[in-house]
Design a protein around this ligand. Structure first.
Ligand code: GLP
Length: 241
């Protein structure tokens, strides 16, 4: 894993965005894996600015999101569908039919998990995956204890994750207890991964990732076995290294 230390969240966002833009310029048909949460929103802002100023085009890009809550309709402001439209898709020239997010309202969720997994593979797999990290080391919504061999699946969210994400909801009770997420094996098949880590609340997780062993109790640790991972971290996140 390569670690890029930046002085601020702004710089982290800018540097990660430049990296994404340069890969899109190299391959205008890039399969881009996307993440939600607070961390990548700065990168998405930079991509939008660049699209407006420099006309980088997303017309041939396909995007694949990591995860979605179970039971939250697409039009609900708390769905990751809504989040992606608000924070990126509505502001660039990507055709919406080329944006793919697992359907957390599917009647048959097992079937939806299988469909999403094979759908990614039929599209040739993910070229570049953007990742955030949970305080407990989750990637996507793969909570501690998830098998490193997992494919897209349904997961029960850890109470700590529900609490951390309750800031987006009216109350903790409104946070879904389950999500559908790409598995760890699915994520590991991405050709390249950018992991974004920002803020003091992630400092412990980053230190554990860098200094700890590879262990299913800390899902992000598997990234140590990937050949092409770049971590973009800001000053606050590297505080414990
Ligand atoms: C969320 C998402 C993850 C994200 C993580 C961290 O629950 N499912 O993909 O990386 O938690 O989120 P944040 O960037 O808001 O700290």
């Amino acid at each position: 894993m390569k670690l890029i230390e930046t002085n601020s969240y702004e710089e982290l966002s800018q540097q990660a965005a430049w990296k994404i833009i340069s890969l899109i310029k190299d391959n205008p048909k890039l399969n881009l894996g996307l993440a939600t949460g607070s961390t990548p929103t700065g990168v998405y802002k930079k991509l939008i600015e660049d699209h407006q100023e420099n006309k980088t085009t997303y017309k041939e890009i396909n995007t694949f999101n990591l995860d979605e809550y179970i039971g939250i309709p697409k039009k609900d402001p708390n769905s990751y569908h809504y989040f992606m439209c608000e924070n990126l898709f509505d502001h660039i020239d990507i055709p919406l039919e080329q944006t793919h997010i697992p359907d957390g309202t599917a009647k048959d969720l097992e079937e939806e998990s299988k469909r999403y997994e094979s759908f990614i593979q039929e599209h040739g797999g993910i070229d570049l995956q953007i990742l955030g990290i949970g305080q407990n080391g989750h990637i996507g919504f793969n909570e501690p204890g998830t098998s490193f061999y997992s494919r897209t699946h349904i997961i029960n969210l850890a109470e700590s994750t529900r609490k951390a994400n309750s800031r987006f909801f009216e109350s903790l009770e409104d946070v879904p207890s389950q999500a559908i997420t790409m598995g760890i094996a699915s994520i590991m098949e991405s050709k390249e991964i950018l992991l974004l880590v920002s803020g003091t609340s992630k400092a412990e997780a980053l230190a554990r990732l860098i200094n700890g062993d590879v262990n299913e109790q800390f899902p992000a640790s598997i990234l140590k076995n990937h050949q092409n991972v770049t971590i973009f971290a800001d000053k606050d996140a590297i505080a414990l290294l």
